[in-house]
Design a protein around this ligand. Structure first.
Ligand code: KG4
Ligand code: ZN
Length: 327
């Protein structure tokens, strides 16, 4: 079964074709990062206008890269939330129009669930349940227990900043530009985390996270440091975030006796997080390749496939839900 996936929840216009939820036939992502970098962050109105310009060319390219063409599609999956309302509307309405015009089933997908399903793409063996997934993106830090397809139990979440948001704010404090995650990672490579140890919020007895204290500590340190200290501060910050994410995820995984730990979301592209999680976990760890951790539409098609397999087909009255939660 071949699904067209469409993703426009934030600042990437993405369309993909995926076979049986696992095999990527095409995966096109048009990034708006250069446009938003000028403003130091995403400007929602600019993002939705850019989606209007790029959505159809990106879709045409995604189809051109497969040999199946329109006739070979069996369904359409699109992100309905969470995300920016104006951005979601562009991709979702395009997907809906295609599904209507071609008489294909339409399935609405939760962006966070889609991030999890990046772990089903291009793998030889499917992830085994029960598993724990740490979703770390620009807007979310969620620890989710999955006992089967579509079965999510939220164990913990951030009480303030999301991990990606913390990276973005830290980069701004250190003058490293936007997007912050890759900038902090790059600067850290020249730094020594031990020179600038930063505090960790463990929130003992809970699976929740907190990064706002760390951000404030970084701000105070940065005010008393010079340009030569930026790499050490970036490394100290990255190490603190990674330490908390890894330690708390492993503790939750052992407590809930799962078989596997998954990572998902843009921050899962961070090489230090990938390395430390893999080294420290006594359980197998699966992490999508960095390109599939950040926003893309192949993960939307993969998630949509498993939803369709479970009998979820949406009606034409389906609309975007910018504040959508995990169900
Ligand atoms: O999942 P994603 O692409 O979009 C959302 O759904 O939010 O995540 C974007 C977030 C941004 O905050 C970005 O700074 C962060 O992921 N990110 C990283 C890295 N690449 C992207 N954070 C740390 N290290 C990276 N290499
Ligand atoms: Zn995302």
């Amino acid at each position: 079964m071949r699904l067209l996936g469409v993703e426009t929840s934030c600042d990437e216009t993405a369309v993909a074709v995926v076979e049986d939820g696992r095999t990527i036939l095409s995966n096109i992502v048009a990034s708006q990062v250069d446009i938003h970098a000028r403003y130091g962050g995403i400007v929602p109105e600019v993002a939705s206008r850019q989606h209007v310009i790029t959505a159809i060319p990106v879709m045409e390219q995604a189809l051109a890269e497969t040999s199946c063409g329109w006739q070979g599609l069996d369904g359409v999956a699109a992100t309905i939330g969470p995300g920016l309302a104006g951005s979601l509307l562009i991709g979702f309405n395009l997907a809906k129009a295609i599904a209507l015009a071609r008489g294909l089933p339409l399935v609405g997908v939760n962006h966070l669930e889609a991030h999890i399903y990046a772990n089903w793409l291009e793998v030889r063996t499917e992830p085994a349940f029960p598993l724990i997934c740490l979703i770390v993106s620009g807007g979310h830090t969620d620890l989710v227990l999955m006992k089967g397809h579509g079965q999510y139990m939220l164990l913990g979440k951030t009480r303030d900043d999301a991990a990606g948001e913390a990276f973005d704010k830290a980069a701004r404090v250190l003058g490293l530009g936007y997007p912050g995650g890759p900038a902090i990672e790059k600067a850290s490579q020249q730094g020594n985390a031990l020179k600038r140890p930063l505090p960790r919020a463990w929130l003992k007895g809970s699976h929740d996270f907190s990064f706002s204290g760390l951000k404030t500590a970084l701000l105070h340190l940065a005010q008393n440091c010079g340009p030569d200290d930026v790499a050490d501060l970036a490394a100290g910050f990255q190490e603190a975030v990674v330490d908390v994410l890894v330690t708390k995820t492993i503790a939750a995984a052992l407590k809930h006796h799962v078989k596997l730990i998954l990572l998902a979301g843009g921050v899962a592209a961070n090489s230090r997080l990938r390395k430390v999680m893999t080294q420290k976990s006594p359980l197998p760890v699966l992490i999508p390749p960095p390109k599939l951790c950040t926003d893309n539409a192949a993960m939307v098609a993969a998630c949509g496939y498993y939803r369709l397999q479970a009998g979820h087909q949406d009606g034409w009255d389906l609309e975007v839900i910018p504040g959508l939660k995990m169900s």
